[in-house]
Design a protein around this ligand. Structure first.
Ligand code: SAM
Ligand code: SF4
Length: 361
């Protein structure tokens, strides 16, 4: 048993005193049920809107959370009412222990029952691991695909790997995971002539296409509002091909949805910039290096590393450190500090330091 320094002991006492019970409700009444878990900042692609081609500052490998640490945080979050864990990154399938991550998290039960495990991936490597992921308890998949044209894909992602992504989508389509969602960031002069083709591709794959307005989250800080294709423009392009009927009952979901003609097929639009949905946000984020973020755009992070890696299990008077209480207190501090909304449309908006690959999309 190792004695811990006074400062750490005091911190443990403070956070324990700060701990509460019940759901994670912020000062604006929003209840947090969804934790996005970034498993790595590494990626097999280099999408222009997310990562620079070169010169990215990677997180130190030693700072990346271990499987045990992720599970420990997830158990506390689930006890506080988080029901969905969405695994993301970077590219989550680059984690060698990805099947174990899914299995360990899927085994967690919260007050409302078993949690749900979802994943956002670029689809590369999916055929190799999908059966094991499903057996481990994965329940939903979102696969990102911004274009189905090979040269365009190579230009946009800086990697000529469209065939592997298509194989990943085919594997997902053949799996029991439903609904299967495909995500595309709509970009002017890049893929805005392909929106109808992408929706048709999704329909043919038994999937739902969702378009995302490009957000100022690229690691290179090169976002340009004029390059962003807006919700209105996306709907106008799709309306030329289909009659769009709004689907009611969005709840806290980021995507607004429409039915295509009178079919059961849906298309979604995530309009974070022109039609923010912050008022219904139920999401928190855990970065791969152990920081809790209460918003994609927040400047503050709430550090779990001192709690997780204190190097001692008891304080000097022999009392055990209440690690779960300390983790819970960090989650609650983050929720308490959540602002009513992001400020992308404010002239004084400042882009967060981390790129999307290091935040977890
Ligand atoms: N690598 C996986 C993937 O691409 O699906 C998971 C991580 S990626 C950061 C998660 C999602 O964020 C992807 O759908 C991606 O298109 C989206 N994304 C990344 N940068 C974005 C940006 N600047 N604006 C809008 N969406 C972005
Ligand atoms: Fe990688 Fe996903 Fe970012 Fe593309 S969007 S570079 S696939 S993390």
């Amino acid at each position: 048993m190792t004695a811990v320094p006074v400062a750490l002991r005091r911190r443990a006492e403070i956070v324990a005193a700060d701990a509460a019970s019940g759901p994670l409700v912020d000062t604006h009444g929003r209840v947090h049920r969804d934790l996005r878990v970034s498993l790595t900042d590494r990626c097999s692609l280099r999408c222009t809107y997310c990562m620079p081609e070169q010169g990215n500052e990677w997180l130190a490998r030693t700072s990346i959370l271990t499987l045990d640490e992720i599970e420990e945080i997830a158990r506390v979050a689930a006890a506080a009412g988080v029901r969905t864990f969405r695994l993301t990154g970077g590219e989550p399938l680059l984690r060698r222990d990805i099947v174990d991550v899914v299995a360990r998290l899927a085994a967690i039960e919260g007050p409302a029952g078993p949690v749900e495990i979802a994943m956002t991936t670029n689809g590369i490597r999916l055929p190799e691991v999908l059966d094991d992921l499903v057996a481990a308890g994965l329940s939903r998949l979102n696969i990102s695909i911004d274009t189905i044209r090979r040269q365009r894909f190579a230009d946009l992602t800086r990697r000529d790997r469209l065939p592997e992504v298509l194989e990943g989508i085919a594997a997902a389509a053949a799996s029991p995971l439903r609904p299967l969602k495909l995500n595309a960031v709509a970009m002017r002069g890049v893929n805005d002539d392909e929106l109808v083709d992408l929706v048709q591709f999704a329909v043919d794959s038994g999937a739902q296409m969702r378009f995302i307005e490009q957000m100022p989250l690229d690691a290179g800080h090169t976002w340009d509002r004029a390059q962003m294709v807006t919700r209105e423009e996306i709907l106008a392009a799709l309306s030329e091909r289909w009659r769009l009927t709004p689907v009611p009952g969005r709840g806290g979901a980021p995507a607004e949805k429409w039915l295509l003609d009178d079919t059961a097929h849906e298309v979604g639009v995530i309009a974070s910039v022109t039609a923010p949905f912050c008022g219904d946000c139920d999401r928190l984020r855990l970065t791969a290096d152990g920081q809790i973020r209460n918003c994609l755009f927040s400047m503050a992070e709430y550090d779990l590393i001192p709690v997780l890696r204190a190097g001692a299990s008891v304080v000097s008077d022999g009392a055990p450190i209440d690690r779960a209480g300390a983790i819970d207190a960090v989650l609650r501090a983050s929720v308490r500090g959540k602002l009513p909304g992001h400020a992308i449309n404010d002239p004084a908006f400042l882009q967060p330091q981390r790129g999307m690959n290091a935040i977890g999309g």
